[in-house]
Design a protein around this ligand. Structure first.
Ligand code: DAT
Ligand code: MG
Length: 153
């Protein structure tokens, strides 16, 4: 089944929002298959934000992402990559839909509480970037019988 990577960013740790953010994904019916706390190195940030390396805000972004550890999570579900992006809301938090994580918890473009993979291909790369194989788990979630119908899975 599809998997995606979520980072809970330093602004969320500072604001004690980890539990509330995790709950958004849990209550939607997604399955948590990996989670840890991690300090990000310059090397991993350069790789993770390679698409932004030449932007004027890159140095500030890297400094922010290193200001505390982050929570790294891998979530699994049917079409979970696009579902999690919808749950997170758009980058510009002030314009993010109310009800989304950024829409409900953030006011800033740079301090926007969460990262989520933007495509299935990106998710595969990002999961490998942040997790080793033995940090990801497979288990039966019996609740799925109520979350999905058989023909969706
Ligand atoms: P997203 O996190 O929604 O996938 P992105 O990949 O374009 O957005 O950018 C990654 C992060 O970089 C984003 O969450 C916050 C920061 N960022 C993006 N655009 C920015 C800007 N114009 N000013 C400051 N930070 C920005
Ligand atoms: Mg992105």
């Amino acid at each position: 089944m599809e998997r995606t990577l979520v980072l809970v960013k330093p602004d969320a740790l500072q604001r004690s929002l980890i539990g509330q953010i995790l709950q958004r994904f849990e209550r939607k019916g997604l399955k948590l298959v990996g989670m840890k706390m991690m300090s990000l190195s310059d090397a991993i940030l350069r790789e993770h934000y390679a698409h932004l390396a030449d932007k004027p805000f890159f140095a500030g972004l890297a400094k922010f992402m290193k200001s505390t550890p982050v929570i790294v999570m891998c979530w699994e579900g049917v079409e979970v990559v696009s579902t999690v992006r919808l749950l997170c809301g758009i980058t510009k938090s002030r314009e993010a839909d109310t009800g989304s994580i950024r829409g409900d918890f953030a006011m800033s473009v740079s301090c926007n509480v969460v990262h989520a993979s933007d495509s299935v291909a990106t998710a595969e790369k990002e999961i490998q970037r942040f997790f080793s194989k033995d940090e990801l788990f497979e288990y039966d979630k019996t609740e799925y019988a109520h979350v999905y119908s058989d023909d969706e899975m």
